[in-house]
Design a protein around this ligand. Structure first.
Ligand code: GDP
Ligand code: IMO
Ligand code: MG
Length: 436
């Protein structure tokens, strides 16, 4: 089945919940018809899965358009890169017969080995306020960027500048790890210097000023597909702070994270699971602790793509989705894992929270309120289990062929959050998708 053509010159795919909604799948679905597929934030804390004819690909830095030979994959300046991890990712793809047509922004910051040590220290220091990080060094690398002693991937191609910056960054992190956290520090600057210069050498042919390339391409009318990492509630400003990641995960970041002023017409697709999963620590008002959670976790294989951790499972939360629609300016929603939510006689959907006796329909900023939020549920009819053949039938016959319970579920959500659900996903494979 060929990819559908995106409606706009600029299409963004963003996470509408807590990450792992199926952004990789939806990005891949649209990618073939796009000139550029662009990551604009996050790093290898992301794990995006694409399934094509039963073959599973897991991507961490590289945009999910890479499986097609047409589009150019861009890692924008807002992304943080673990160079060793990225080299490995490129190698793994090559071994599977895929040659990434990849360009990396010279301005993207690099994750250093001491950032990973620092991530460990921060997680234990923050205790109950930690987010349960993926331990990929994400908070420390973004913090060093903001302190302004970070190292950019382009610096690895300029040994003297790299050395000048590394001394400051290394000493800063070493001192904190040893003197603030009292931890042993075994890394040496010489080893890091040598290793990172060799990573720079290996990545050299990909590193360029991607902001300029995208600017000229945009003026020529080329179309772009932006792939976010993480999701609404993990956004550093609008998410459930401090249980978030350390970047802006919302669509507004696509300009800052690529360096292109993007004024053209846009389609902004929020990807949401038909239920909710969460890997990591935070209040989770609709979390399930009964056999429904177990069933959905096993059936939906809800284990972290990056860390393998079991994902916490809950009912669909429309307070969360309402915020995603509002903050991202969503034009569309892609609702995924509808096949997994099958087989229940009824399904509970959270339409608001009750906090101190008050009904709250919009996501509170207060952590205290979030800790006390009790979900208010509406019970809707479920739909029957579906075999792979049945999924194939639905995908061939479109939205109107779907079970009545599922159609009502979709309509109810659309009315509550005032956004059109125009993409339905009924399985992990590229083909198991319906456009409405
Ligand atoms: P991402 O981080 O948002 O790209 O999502 P992940 O790849 O981390 O997690 C989503 C998981 O669900 C992956 O294993 C996908 O292959 C799988 N998936 C995506 N859409 C569907 C769907 O509609 N049905 C089923 N059963 N699996 C899906
Ligand atoms: P994708 O792109 C799900 C979560 C972590 C933790 C918090 C902070 O695959 O959807 P970090 O390592 O960023 O400091 O962790 O964010 N987290 C994710 N959860 N999917 C992701 O990415 C995530 N990236 C980070 O579990 O709670
Ligand atoms: Mg993921």
């Amino acid at each position: 089945m060929p990819s559908p053509k995106p409606r706009a010159q600029l299409t963004a795919v963003v996470g509408a919940q807590w990450g792992d909604e199926g952004k990789g799948k939806i990005t891949d679905y649209f990618a073939d018809e796009c000139d550029y597929v662009v990551r604009f934030q996050g790093g290898n804390n992301a794990g995006h899965t694409v399934v094509v004819d039963g073959e599973v690909y897991k991507l961490h830095h590289i945009p999910s358009g890479v499986l097609y030979s047409g589009p150019i994959s861009i890692i924008g300046n807002g992304v943080v890169i673990n160079p060793k991890g990225l080299i490995e990712e490129i190698k793994n793809l090559r071994e599977r017969g895929i040659t990434p047509n990849l360009k990396i922004s010279t301005r993207a910051h690099t994750i250093m080995p001491y950032h990973i040590v620092m991530d460990e220290c921060l997680t234990s220091h923050q205790g109950d306020l930690a987010a349960g990080s993926t331990k990929r060094g994400i908070a420390p690398v973004y913090a060093d960027k903001m302190y302004r002693h970070g190292i950019r991937i382009g610096d690895l191609l300029e040994p003297a500048i790299f050395e000048e910056k590394l001394i400051r960054s290394f000493e800063f992190n070493k001192n904190i790890i040893q003197k603030v956290f009292g931890r042993q520090f075994d890394l040496t600057m010489d080893d890091i210097y040598t290793d990172y210069l060799s990573y720079g050498e290996e990545l050299k042919s990909f590193i360029t000023d991607t902001a300029l390339e995208l600017y000229y391409a945009y003026k020529e009318g080329k179309n772009f597909l932006f792939e976010a990492a993480q999701g609404m509630s993990l956004d550093i400003d609008h998410g459930m702070y401090p249980h978030t990641t350390s970047s802006s995960t919302v669509a507004g970041q696509m300009s800052a994270g690529t360096g292109v002023g993007l004024n053209g017409d846009r389609q902004i697709i929020g990807v949401a699971k038909a239920y909710v999963s969460r890997v990591g620590i935070s209040p989770f008002p609709t979390e399930l602790h009964d056999e429904r959670a177990e069933e959905l976790r096993e059936k939906g294989q809800e284990y972290g793509t990056t860390t393998g951790r079991p994902r916490r499972i809950g009912c669909l939360d429309l307070v969360q989705l309402r915020q995603a629609v509002r903050v991202n300016g969503l034009t569309d929603i892609a609702l995924t894992k509808l096949d997994v939510l099958a087989g229940f006689s009824s399904i509970a959907v959270c339409t608001s929270y009750k906090i101190d006796g008050e009904i709250i329909k919009e996501m509170p900023a207060s952590l205290d309120k979030m800790r006390r939020a009790k979900p208010t549920y509406t019970e809707l009819d479920g739909w029957e289990e579906m075999s792979k053949d049945r999924v194939k039938y639905f995908c061939e016959n479109g939205g109107s062929s779907l079970p009545a319970g599922m159609r009502k579920y979709i309509k109810f959500i659309e009315e509550e959050i005032e956004c059109r659900i125009s993409i339905l996903s009924l399985g992990p494979d590229r083909n198991e998708t319906i456009l409405r």
